[in-house]
Design a protein around this ligand. Structure first.
Ligand SMILES: [Zn+2]
Length: 130
């Protein structure tokens, strides 16, 4: 099976979409950075993902990542790159909630992540299917 990878052009589109939705969701107080790399080759803990975000609620900084290796997924196109961007901006939207929640007693980080994803999927569907 051919290895599916993301190009510089895909990365540029992903970054533009992230910037757009960061602005739309009023997240301009965050310092935003970008990185395009092969998650598995570079020991990125998000290695089974096609994109990701590393965020810090305290310093108000976020790095959006696009995986170069999309081997088991459909080929990148504007629609799925846009969905990835919205998904990762959704994490930033919930960043303060997440950091607050994982510090509470009796709730596991996995439970918080599951709840967070349910909210983000609703946002994706709301934005893309209206
Ligand atoms: Zn996610």
């Amino acid at each position: 099976m051919a290895n599916i990878t993301t190009s510089k052009k895909d990365f540029k589109y992903f970054c533009a979409q992230v910037k757009y939705y960061v602005r739309e969701f009023g997240l301009g107080d965050y310092e935003i950075n970008f990185d395009h790399k092969d998650f598995a080759d570079e020991g990125e803990p998000l290695c089974n993902s096609i994109a990701g975000v590393r965020e810090n609620s305290n310093s108000k900084a976020a790095t959006f990542l696009l995986n170069k290796d999309w081997s088991d997924n459909e080929s990148p196109n504007e629609a799925n790159l846009k969905r990835c961007a919205i998904h990762e901006v959704g994490h930033l939207l919930l960043c303060d909630y997440y950091f607050c929640a994982i510090n509470r007693f009796g709730v596991t980080p996995d439970q918080i992540t599951t709840i967070e994803h349910a909210v983000i999927r609703r946002l994706e569907n709301f934005i893309l299917e209206r």
